[in-house]
Design a protein around this ligand. Structure first.
Ligand code: BG6
Length: 470
């Protein structure tokens, strides 16, 4: 379907996210013919990047870095629609004039506004108030970047500021993990097959691991990390959202309301965290990073245990782990099955000594699912050997029927289509802050860990039966 004409206003347009994800995302949507026929992009921020021509040159460089085989024609067309207008929370008059001017050129009052707020948490509220004052929220969809506040109180205040100027239907709280192909595929695997769902509960599953180690360290994001930390950057956002999709009941229909109701019900049932079952770490050398305090206590690693106290999951630990400067970059969800109840191959304790029976979802760009099983060792005796089923979706689905988009561009497209299914609703955010608040009130001690390791020792011991990745 043809999208209506759009004016996109990107705050933080000279920042890292804009350069690495947002402009490349717009480019790829344009290259795939998925942008509206008529649109304009207005970058904004407090500091001007120079003339519009200079801004476009910087963007072209950013595109060249992120996009292989940049198509000059597509890039030229995109950049020709881009300009920059300075603004700040106290003064948005010039920006408002620029938006109206772009709209007049595109067709007046039917033009949609997409306002993307890629700004630090502290700047968010004043910016939102400015948008309201300048009337920029009319006909607008407002995209808000995580972490949606810094604790329960500030998140409620941010939410109130949003609700002062827009309705919930206009708010798109972006968590780009929900734009990942593999995450959306969890819904297909679970609810379009008869195989998995009957085993998807506490009767069959002993524990779940949601493991997102990263090798990268700060890469210039020291000041962001100092104010955010790993819990807010990754756990109360990305990892909790993954848990939501793993744990939810089947939504009544594929609508934003039904999917978000189902996910929200999971978060309602999540038990607030127990600081004694959480391990914080900080990699050696973090304090020497640019813009990091010499005696910073900020965590760059978190491992913790979560429980979903409902009929399906009662008593099943969900282990969440993520951190910077670790041994590998992976996004791996492991559902570990309980031991078989029978004794044909020895009692459960003897079986437990075998490699585990795991269902593993690798959330890579090419969706991969793997089930590790015990099979019969070829030969005259009925002995066991490790085996596995392995599904590599990219190998199985012919290119003509696949239409891959990366997370950010998929979500940008959803905003333009007005589809909130894969965006976080205000009640989810509120509940997740309630869940993590105990760790903000009583910070677990921060253990040092070596770069390139799997984090502090205390975290290795947290997961019963051990982490799958190690
Ligand atoms: C971002 C976090 O939201 O997600 C980063 O701020 C993290 O700290 C990144 O590295 C991971 O995203 P992806 O898509 O590379 O897995």
């Amino acid at each position: 379907d043809q999208l209506p004409a759009h004016v996109l206003v990107l705050f933080g347009a000279t920042g890292d996210l804009a350069a690495r994800k947002l402009f490349p995302g717009l480019y790829r949507l344009a290259a795939a013919g998925r942008m509206p026929e008529e649109y304009a992009v207005i970058g904004s921020g407090r500091h001007s990047p120079g003339t519009d021509a200079e801004f476009r040159d910087q963007l072209r460089e950013a595109l060249a870095e992120s996009v292989d085989d940049l198509d000059d024609e597509v890039a030229d067309d995109l950049l020709a629609r881009v300009r920059f207008q300075t603004s700040d929370a106290d003064d948005g008059a010039d920006l408002a004039a620029a938006v109206r001017d772009a709209e007049d050129r595109l067709g007046g009052d039917d033009v949609r506004r997409l306002v993307y707020l890629s700004v630090p948490p502290a700047a968010m509220e004043p910016m939102i108030a400015m948008l309201g004052r300048e009337g920029l929220t009319d006909r607008a969809r407002v995209v808000v970047e995580k972490p949606f506040g810094l604790d329960l109180e500030s998140s409620r205040s941010l939410d109130a500021a949003l609700k002062d100027v827009v309705a919930e239907e206009q708010v798109f709280r972006i968590d780009h993990f929900l734009g990942k192909e593999a995450v959306q595929n969890i819904l297909a695997l679970r609810f379009a097959n008869g195989l998995f769902e009957p085993a998807w509960d506490r009767r069959s599953i002993a524990s779940v691991q949601i493991d997102v180690p990263e090798t990268l360290a700060m890469e210039g994001r020291g000041s962001f990390y100092e104010s955010t930390g790993c819990l807010r950057d990754m756990v109360s956002t990305h990892l909790s959202q993954l848990l939501g999709f793993i744990a939810l009941e089947e939504p009544a229909e594929l609508t934003a309301q039904a999917v978000r109701d189902a996910k929200s019900a999971v978060f309602e049932a999540v038990r607030p965290l127990d600081a004694s079952r959480a391990v914080y770490g900080q990699y050696d050398g973090y304090r020497d990073e640019d813009d990091v305090d010499a005696d910073s206590d900020v965590e760059t690693f978190v491992a913790l245990e979560m429980y979903v106290d409902n009929e399906r999951w009662r008593g099943v630990p969900f282990y969440l782990r993520t951190g910077k400067a670790l041994a590998e970059t992976r996004r791996t969800i492991t559902l570990r099955f309980r031991e078989a109840a029978g004794s044909l191959f020895g009692d459960p304790a003897a079986l437990a000594a075998q490699p585990p029976n795991d269902l593993v979802l690798e959330l890579t760009d090419d969706v991969q699912v793997r089930v590790d099983v015990r099979a019969k060792r070829p030969g005259p005796d009925l002995a066991l050997v490790e085996g596995s089923f392995h599904l590599a979706l990219a190998d199985d689905v012919p290119a003509e029927v696949s239409d891959p988009l990366e997370a950010y561009e998929r979500l940008l497209l959803d905003v333009m289509r007005g589809d909130q299914t894969f965006f976080t609703r205000s009640d989810e955010v509120d509940r997740l802050w309630q869940v993590v608040q105990p760790l903000l009130d009583e910070r677990p001690p921060v253990h040092p860990y070596e770069q390139g390791s799997w984090g502090p020792q205390a975290a290795l011991d947290l997961a019963e039966g051990g982490w799958r990745l190690r």
